[in-house]
Design a protein around this ligand. Structure first.
Ligand code: PLP
Ligand code: COI
Length: 359
């Protein structure tokens, strides 16, 4: 099969560019740029018809398999603009690796990561004026891929579409960098070992909505999931991985097949290790966490994610008990991690690991 080259991609420019949004009132994920990237796949033919077109609605068969059996995966990364106007991506190669791992799990074809990153860069370059040059803001990049074959049999689709959408964003949580309140889920589960929890696929998010709705009604931003088998071990939050500082040790749940392997998580582990901190990836039970909190040993808690960035957790609610962490304030570790990660992303802090990729 011929390898696609970004030079061969067609570009159709919009004739009706939109007005740029007011950055002070931007809501996460509701504003899209003028163009999007599209390519299609067909068994035997491979990926073809790579193109940049005006952002807009598409025609898809009502029998497309994605609507019936949920064969779809997505990614999330951000493009940042520094004061000199340079635009960079954060570790896009990691998103491509995870995308193809998700594709494996969902019986979907691989994409050529190098080609997709080139296409992404081209799209972002066209939309460069949409990248907010403001601290705490970025252009969210959403690659998404789904089954388009019109067929009602349960089997892997023979046709797919791949898109890259761009959306200027600010904070994911209304709290911004201020600590969020999280409810530990006691009834529902997000994923089980052997299931699709480690893949970035829509079903994991659909199945999380019920618990999220209950948590929100009770005044909590998100749900902290426990493992699906024993309902005992901490896994992750709806849109972020979690870290806890317990008696000097920084613990994040080990990747076990049902947790999404976050790229921010991986970066934070690398950073903490680089700083000589005692960071450990291991099983952490909710009982151990509650006991540590009751003994005054739970020093800090924070979540990590592309959308959520570094988000301190100020309160946990479990089994009728409220656990206030670090008096509901951001801790020194979370602040240092936030400053360093966002500094590397925005180009204001040295990047010792070469994580930044020029657009
Ligand atoms: N866990 C879930 C369920 C997520 O949706 C995300 C967001 O992508 C994360 C964790 C964090 O992953 P990353 O740091 O790669 O954005
Ligand atoms: C991301 O952080 O990129 C995510 O995918 C979270 C998303 C579900 C909003």
């Amino acid at each position: 099969m011929l390898k696609m080259k970004v030079q061969d991609m067609t570009i159709e420019y919009t004739t009706t560019p939109k007005e740029k949004p007011d950055l002070s009132t931007l809501v996460f994920g509701k504003t899209f740029t003028d163009h999007m990237f599209v390519m299609d796949y067909e068994e035997g033919k491979g990926w073809h018809d790579a193109r940049i077109v005006p952002y807009g609605d598409m025609t898809i068969s009502p029998a497309a398999m994605v609507f019936h059996y949920g064969q779809t995966v997505f990614e999330g990364l951000k493009a940042y603009k520094n004061e000199a106007g340079e635009i960079t991506l954060f570790r896009p190669d990691e998103n491509m690796k995870r995308l193809n791992a998700s594709n494996d799990r969902l019986c979907m074809p691989h994409v050529d990561g190098e080609f997709v990153i080139d296409a992404m860069k081209k799209l972002i370059a066209i939309e460069k004026d949409w990248v907010p040059a403001k601290a705490g803001m970025a252009l969210y990049v959403r690659p998404v891929m789904f089954a388009t074959e019109a067929y009602l049999g349960v089997a892997p689709s023979k046709k797919y579409r791949f898109l890259i959408l761009l959306s200027p964003v600010g904070a994911y949580y209304k709290e911004g960098i201020n600590p969020v309140k999280i409810a530990v889920e006691g009834e529902y589960v997000r994923a089980v070992k052997g299931g699709t929890g480690a893949a970035k696929t829509a079903g994991n998010y659909a199945s999380s909505l019920k618990a999220q709705e209950v948590a929100e009604a009770n005044g909590y931003s998100q749900v902290l999931w426990l493992d699906g088998r024993e309902h005992k071990y901490i896994e992750e939050v709806g849109a972020m991985n979690v870290f806890f500082k317990i008696n000097g040790e920084i613990v994040t749940p080990a990747l076990n097949g049902s947790i999404l392997p976050g790229i921010t998580r991986k970066s934070v582990v690398q950073l903490l290790t680089h700083w000589g901190e005692n960071v450990v990836e291991r099983q952490l039970s909710i009982d151990e966490l509650i006991e540590a909190a009751n003994n005054g040993q739970l020093e800090e808690a924070f979540g990590t994610g592309t959308a959520a960035v570094i988000s301190p957790i100020g309160e946990l609610f479990y089994n009728g008990q409220k656990i206030v962490v670090n008096e509901g304030e951001i801790g020194t570790l979370a602040q240092k991690v936030y400053d360093t990660i966002t500094g590397i992303q925005f180009g204001t802090v040295e990047d010792p690991f070469d994580w930044r990729v020029q657009v």
